[in-house]
Design a protein around this ligand. Structure first.
Ligand SMILES: [Zn+2]
Length: 177
């Protein structure tokens, strides 16, 4: 169901955030008033199929992670997308630098991987969902101070991957404020 964007989300939707600058993006109808959603394509060749990378870790027993059972794989940030056709792409999310807390407060509270970056198995069609719950006036002031566009101050970031040849879909969801 689509709805009308709030003031902040409407303003943020005018330009994609910096982390999507390396991709070709199409704005999707909002699924919620705070949301700005993009369909992502390769900027170089236009292909819509991507590899998603992250820093996997297998949850120990007992699992210290919310809603993750022992033995399950967690795909820690940072995350990159790489075109399945031509290999172009780059980082789309880094919990240490992305979004409201990443830009303004030195990072959001997720464990980031440092070594052994790997691709999630499969090829995916990608949607990126951003949310803007902050008042527009506050967002504008913070963006000006930090010298970023307001779209960079999203307070949540979701990568959704729809598998191309069957298999499991993936959703990587982060609160960034
Ligand atoms: Zn490509």
């Amino acid at each position: 169901m689509s709805s009308k964007r709030n003031e902040a989300a409407a303003a943020a939707a005018r330009q994609p955030p910096t982390c999507l600058a390396g991709f070709s993006t199409s704005l999707l109808p909002p699924h919620h008033e705070v949301s700005v959603d993009y369909e992502v394509r390769c900027k170089t060749c236009g292909d819509e199929h991507f590899h998603i990378s992250g820093f996997p870790i297998v949850a120990p027993d007992p699992s210290p992670y919310f809603a993750i059972a022992p033995g399950e794989t967690i795909w820690r940030p940072a995350h990159s997308l790489r075109c399945a056709h031509c290999g172009a792409g780059g980082r789309v999310f880094d919990a240490r630098t992305s979004g409201y807390d990443g830009v303004l407060n030195g990072g959001c509270s997720y464990e980031s991987g440092e070594t052994d970056e790997q691709d999630v198995e499969g090829l995916f069609k990608i949607t990126i969902a951003l949310a803007y719950n902050v008042e527009l006036s506050e967002l504008l002031e913070a963006a000006q101070e930090a010298e970023v566009g307001i779209a960079d101050l999203f307070d949540s970031f979701t990568i959704s991957g729809e598998p191309v040849n069957g298999g499991r879909s993936i959703e990587l969801d982060y609160e960034c404020a």
